[in-house]
Design a protein around this ligand. Structure first.
Ligand SMILES: NC(=O)c1ccc[n+]([C@@H]2O[C@H](COP(=O)([O-])OP(=O)(O)OC[C@H]3O[C@@H](n4cnc5c(N)ncnc54)[C@H](O)[C@@H]3O)[C@@H](O)[C@H]2O)c1
Length: 470
């Protein structure tokens, strides 16, 4: 099957960048990304490329090349479905906030709505590609919905989970470690898989494109995220042990990471992982394990989340205890709100939970983040429902200048590892803050010796105070 028209439902952090690169590398295929969010589509179509709804290094350039040539962003969902031979579903699959599986299972209502819409609109055979991260066996549910519409159209369902990491999305898409495609083992299934392989082969070597059965593909995505998050929680667990024993977690990471069986990546201790995926996907894995009665398996993976929540709480507690057990009325400056550097995504960011804990202690927080908007920060806090929106706005301020943010602060907390924080004139900041000048580095990006020479009382994760003061 030769694909000439692709539709992608969902113009978010995955759909937007993924389809931009796919279109850039396949100029012969018309790619239409559709979304029900008009504002988002308008931003994708903005002539000023700095207004794209998603910030990712290198994305502007890709969009500039392909948009209007063979890449289109639109709200006309039905039309795009009708025209396409291949439809990617890239909508959000958040954790359920109601009913059975609340707080654990993935909410598949958006996926089901897409399947029903495809079933209603399709007049010709289609390949439907699951790009969203889904519980294992979701393809069966999608197939059921599509097959029982009775309009004679046949559908092939493929699973093609996305492994990009925000902040490096374009690089990851251009040069992925692997592309995973799961499909039915029938002739039709194999044909559909080959059609998708051909699209990726435009820029990715064939040996990096894996084909598996659908269930392996669906499950592999959840497992990949669980393993990555597990490494973060593992090193974070060790960070506390370092603090009490005088070991240094940076040195421990280096020492164990040089073992080729362990490897050096994802071994950096921090205030905890965030992002829209890790927590949601592990909870989903836990829920699936429980639903099959695999309680030990579920408990094992749940511990990764428990450790992560503890690490965020521990960071906030450390600030309070160091500031003489009270932060009431004290100005605490947050450098960073995004869940990691080089993205404006704040979903599940550690900063939100640390801020919430400190606001409960009546701290007055000032936030500076190079890419996150003021409205986003307030939405994140309001969403928790811990206090009224008015109170959140009274207690937390957002500023556009890091030096202004730090002025008269009782403490500075680094919540995101933005490179620019390293380059600040910390001597100048020291002059402007209240003494003792406390800095809590939740990302371990500053040089302890430099900070202490300037005069800061510098606390970093996984290093005991006595050790860093040596
Ligand atoms: N963000 C990541 O880094 C990442 C990485 C890999 C996989 N994933 C997975 O990809 C999926 C999408 O994630 P995201 O971060 O892009 O989410 P997102 O919230 O940024 O985007 C989803 C978009 O889908 C749109 N949408 C929802 N229902 C729709 C419908 N019926 N018709 C049209 N549009 C609809 C929403 O308006 C939204 O713009 C999730 O399953 C996620 O787990 C995300």
């Amino acid at each position: 099957m030769i694909i000439k028209n692709i539709c992608c439902i969902g113009a978010g952090y995955v759909g937007g960048p993924t389809m931009s690169v796919l279109a850039q590398k396949n100029p012969h295929i018309k790619v239409t990304v559709v979304d029900i969010n008009q504002e988002r589509i308008a931003a994708w179509n903005d002539t000023d490329l700095s207004n794209l709804p998603i910030y990712e290094p290198g994305l502007k350039e890709v969009v500039q090349e392909a948009r209007g040539r063979n890449l289109f962003f639109s709200t006309e969902v039905k039309k795009a479905i009708d025209e396409a031979e291949m439809i990617f579903i890239s909508v959000n699959t958040p954790t359920k906030t109601y009913g059975k599986g609340k707080g654990m299972a993935a909410d598949l209502k958006y996926i089901e709505l897409c399947a029903r819409q495809i079933a209603k609109v399709a007049k010709s055979d289609k390949i439907v590609v699951e790009k969203s991260t889904l519980p294992v066996r979701t393809a069966q549910a999608i197939k059921d919905i599509l097959d029982y519409t009775g309009n004679g159209v046949t559908f092939q369902i493929l699973s093609n989970p996305e492994f990009l990491a925000e902040g490096t999305a374009v690089q990851d898409l251009l040069n992925p470690d692997r592309v995973l495609i799961g499909g039915e083992e029938s002739e039709e299934g194999k044909e559909a898989m080959e059609a998708l392989v051909a699209i990726y082969e435009s820029w990715i070597p064939r040996e990096r494109i894996l084909t598996t059965n659908v269930w392996s593909s669906e499950l592999s995505k959840l497992v990949a995220n669980a393993f990555l998050a597990q490494r973060v929680s593992s090193i974070n667990a060790i960070s506390e042990l370092c603090e009490v024993t005088g070991a240094n977690v940076g040195e421990v990471s280096r020492a164990i990471g040089m073992d080729s069986r362990i490897g050096p990546k994802f071994l950096k201790a921090s205030v905890g992982f965030g992002g829209s995926c890790f927590q949601k996907d592990i909870l989903n894995l836990v829920y699936i394990a429980k639903s099959y009665g695999l309680n030990e398996v579920a408990d094992y993976w749940e511990q990764v989340i428990i450790m992560n929540d503890y690490q965020k709480r521990r960071f906030a507690d450390k600030i309070v205890s160091t500031l003489y057990n009270t932060v009431s009325g004290k100005k605490i400056t947050f450098l960073g709100w995004a869940f990691k550097k080089d993205t404006n995504d704040t979903r599940e960011s550690a900063a939100i939970y640390v801020a919430d804990a400190l606001l409960n202690e009546q701290a007055e927080i000032t936030v500076y983040d190079p890419k996150v908007s003021e409205s986003r920060i307030y939405e994140d806090l309001d969403y928790l429902g811990t206090r009224s929106p008015e109170e959140n706005r009274r207690l937390l301020k957002v500023v556009n200048d890091p030096y202004q943010a730090c002025k008269d602060a009782h403490a500075i907390a680094i919540l995101t590892e933005w490179d620019e924080f390293i380059t600040y004139d910390w001597g100048k900041i020291y002059e402007a803050v209240i003494k003792p000048a406390f800095v809590f580095d939740g990302r371990k990006i500053l040089d302890a010796e430099m900070m202490e020479t300037i005069g800061f009382d510098y606390t970093s994760i996984g290093v005991s105070k006595t050790q860093s003061n040596k």
